[in-house]
Design a binder for this molecule. Structure first.
Ligand code: NAD
Ligand SMILES: O=C(O)C(=O)C[C@@H](O)[C@H](O)[C@H](O)COP(=O)(O)O
Ligand code: ZN
Length: 363
């Protein structure tokens, strides 16, 4: 097991990563040296039959352990599910000393974290990520639910007490979730760490290459990038926006298609290629987009859905949280490992979106 330390302006907490460590959850809670009155585990309907009992039975010190199971998938990051969990917590008379455990992927982490952030104005929570993608979502304290008009529009910055990442649980992930999560690993390398990107290029040719030591190495590297960024800028007043590389278009695609129709990571992969293309035009440089496309194709990321329309995507991109006074701000790449967040004219975005859609329609 490795222990990383996540330092932010509001809180410093441990991230434990290793195989089989879910069974040690009780000792990780003891290490917090705090008294908790009860535990509320929030999980989803796919993770529940796989891991919930193991976690419940490992919580040996508590007599009050409650579990709440939400439907699997992005649709659970909704007002109605959020409200139902709060109702459940109130009915069970959870008090301010209750502890929430988010057992699941990014959906459960974001949702349960937002429950913890708002219940009685904030109670403690622990992230127990179960997906590859959640190496990103479980760190840094962005918690949120979606609005039909935009992704993660209602949320908070609220850090967990600890992250317990048992990567043995990734063994049950379906192929498309490995692909989705790997997009955020690539993102972390692209925005911050060229040697890590070179290592990924050299070592990871198919998703099956992400095994054992390579998996833990890649995750620890990705988490380290995220940790370094949020250590400098917890609440996204500056460089934290780099973590949004690829997300301006990704979130527009997710909202435009309807939440859950395309995985977050697939949308981010499309969004990163788009951001690289915009960067080439914006800076007048050659970033060798075709090489990125070729590498991404090896993992079978989808293309931009051809039935989407450029003008509607542009409107959705204007709702992005980085936008200012109706002007889109995107994270663009100058070279691998170096990005910046800049205002981009609608005309440039629209023309590249139109070209992308035309090219996909012709294939
Ligand atoms: N807060 C952040 O900083 C941050 C960062 C990145 C992404 N996100 C958010 O995270 C969400 C995506 O997270 P995700 O990709 O983990 O999606 P997810 O939580 O929906 O999980 C993907 C699927 O895998 C299933 N699953 C989870 N763990 C499993 C396991 N161990 N074995 C088998 N199946 C399992 C889930 O039930 C679900 O069907 C999006 O809502 C995105 O906006 C947040
Ligand atoms: O942690 C961050 O900051 C990120 O931007 C990480 C992203 O991968 C993640 O999808 C995040 O939820 C996006 O945040 P948002 O503010 O654009 O909703
Ligand atoms: Zn993301």
């Amino acid at each position: 097991m490795e222990t990383l330390t996540i330092k932010t302006a509001s809180k410093t907490y441990p991230l434990y990563i290793g195989k089989g460590i879910r069974f040690q959850i009780q000792s990780f809670i003891q290490a917090l040296e705090r008294e908790f009155s009860s535990v509320l585990i929030i999980t989803d309907s796919i993770v529940e039959p796989l891991y919930l009992k193991e976690i419940e039975s490992s919580l040996t010190d508590f007599s009050n352990v409650y579990s709440y199971v939400v439907p699997a998938g992005e649709e659970a990051k909704s007002f109605s599910v959020f409200y139902d969990i709060l109702t459940f917590a109130l009915e069970k008379e959870l008090d301010r000393k209750a502890l929430v455990i988010a057992l699941g992927g990014g959906v459960v982490g974001d949702l349960a974290g937002f429950v913890a952030a708002t219940y009685m104005r904030g109670i403690a929570f622990i992230q127990m990520p179960t997906t590859l993608l959640a190496h990103d979502s479980s760190v840094g304290g962005k918690v949120a639910i979606n609005h039909p008009l935009g992704k993660n529009m209602i949320g908070a910055f609220y850090q967990p007490e600890a992250v317990v990442y048992d990567i043995e649980m990734l063994s049950t992930l379906p192929e498309e979730q490995w692909r989705s999560g790997f997009a955020e690993v690539i993102k972390h390398a692209l925005i911050w760490d060229k040697p890590f990107y070179d290592w990924l290029q050299a070592e990871i040719h198919t998703l099956a290459d992400l095994r054992d030591e390579k998996l833990q190495f890649a995750l620890a590297k990705g988490i380290t990038v995220k940790a370094e960024v949020v250590a400098e800028d917890e609440k996204e007043s500056g460089i934290r926006s780099y973590l949004n590389f690829g997300h301006t278009l990704a979130h527009a695609i997710e909202a435009g298609l309807g939440y859950g129709k395309m995985s977050h990571g697939d949308a981010v992969a499309i969004g990163m290629l788009f951001a690289i293309r915009v960067s080439e035009e914006y800076y007048g440089i050659d970033l060798e987009l075709q090489k990125f496309r070729k590498w991404f194709r090896q993992f079978h990321y989808p293309e931009i859905p051809k039935h989407l329309d450029a003008a509607s995507l542009l409107q959705l991109m204007k709702k992005d949280k980085k936008a200012q006074s109706g002007t889109i701000r995107m994270v663009l790449m100058k070279q691998i490992g170096e990005v910046e967040t800049v205002k981009v004219e609608d005309e440039l975005i629209l023309s590249i979106l139109e070209k992308e859609l035309e090219e996909v329609q012709q294939r």
